[in-house]
Design a protein around this ligand. Structure first.
Ligand code: MBD
Ligand code: FE
Length: 313
């Protein structure tokens, strides 16, 4: 039976009490946000005639999401990460800080504390001899085209099975995760392996939510970056390797035209030798343009829970 009680004074008074409006302590912002959130949900329950069975199934699902630390995975699937990016883009536009390489979402699989190298490094541990060798390089410049020496370029990506070290126990510590400090010409260079796309674990609570929406949990092959340098705006971004069937069908909505990079297959002994490689490889070039800013809060990444990062950092 359909009943409508949301607009009654009893329910409205009840909401005010639940949100702590009649209490002196607590945070005004927390109260207003919780009040709004609960009001929207109470109204939804009324409008959709949500049954107790549906409500408690949802509580069970949320407990499972929490147990598996999956809220960070569901969030991009529900578009929150991209929505926050759209808001930060609009803020940059309003502040006159637009320009440079575009941002895109961080995702939940960063791990703090990767090994740091000057200018050049190898990211893979050499245990995967079946994967395609990747030569990943680029130059960091400011928006006037001047190279940025000494920039911190943090890179992380999946292996050819779509797994990330730390979260995938079959990989060695910090495999496919490095920080490279750009050389005098602003360049970074890394030997690695070509990543595959990521897929949300089959049967996981996040997968169940996506399936209920008729959606999949696949991401195209991508490589994550944090780039920072004093006097420049911190950049969180990713590149996508062109030609992936999921390029424009990313469950996390991170693809941007400007961030699509075509790998160049090279089968030339002299080219390989020039990079200290043997045999064929695929070169992936990603140049990065940073906007200048003197605001210290714009020069470092946002705080959020991250693996192996101190909450105080
Ligand atoms: C990933 O590798 C990722 O980048 C995002 C955003 C979500 C899940 C897995
Ligand atoms: Fe990723």
């Amino acid at each position: 039976m359909t009943v409508k009680i949301f607009d009654t004074p009893q329910v409205q008074d009840f909401l005010n009490t639940v949100a702590g409006f009649d209490q002196a302590g607590g945070s005004e912002r927390a109260k207003r946000i919780v009040h709004r959130l609960l009001a929207d949900l109470y109204r939804l329950i009324d409008d959709f005639d949500v049954t107790p069975e549906e409500f408690w199934a949802t509580i069970g699902l949320m407990n499972e999401l929490g147990k598996g630390s999956q809220f960070g995975l569901l969030a991009p699937g529900l578009g929150f990460d991209h929505y926050l990016d759209m808001r930060m883009d609009a803020e940059d536009e309003a502040r006159g800080l637009a320009g440079g390489t575009p941002r895109t979402i961080e995702g939940p699989l960063y791990v703090a504390g990767a090994p740091v190298a000057e200018g050049i490094t190898r990211m893979d541990d050499g245990s995967d001899s079946d994967s395609e060798v990747m030569w990943l390089t680029g130059q960091v410049r400011d928006t006037d085209g001047r190279p940025v020496a000494g920039a911190r370029v943090e890179i992380w990506h999946a292996n050819a099975k779509g797994g990330y070290s730390h979260f995938d126990p079959s990989q060695s510590e910090y495999n496919l995760r490095r920080t490279i400090i750009t050389d005098a010409e602003g360049r970074y260079r890394a030997r690695s392996i070509i990543p595959s796309g990521y897929g949300v674990p089959e049967g996981s609570p996040t997968d169940r939510v996506l399936k209920a929406l008729g959606r999949h949990g696949q991401r195209p092959a991508h490589i994550h970056y944090f780039i920072s340098a004093p006097g420049h705006k911190h950049l969180t971004t990713q590149i996508n390797l062109a030609g992936d069937p999921y390029t424009w069908d990313d469950f996390a909505f991170a693809t941007r035209e400007e961030l699509l990079v075509e790998g160049r297959p090279i089968d030339d002994a002299a080219e390989a030798e020039a990079r200290g490689l043997e045999g064929p490889f695929t070169e992936v070039v990603f140049d990065i343009e940073l906007s200048r800013t003197e605001a210290p809060e714009l020069q470092s990444r946002h705080k959020r829970p991250r693996a192996l990062e101190q909450a105080a950092d």
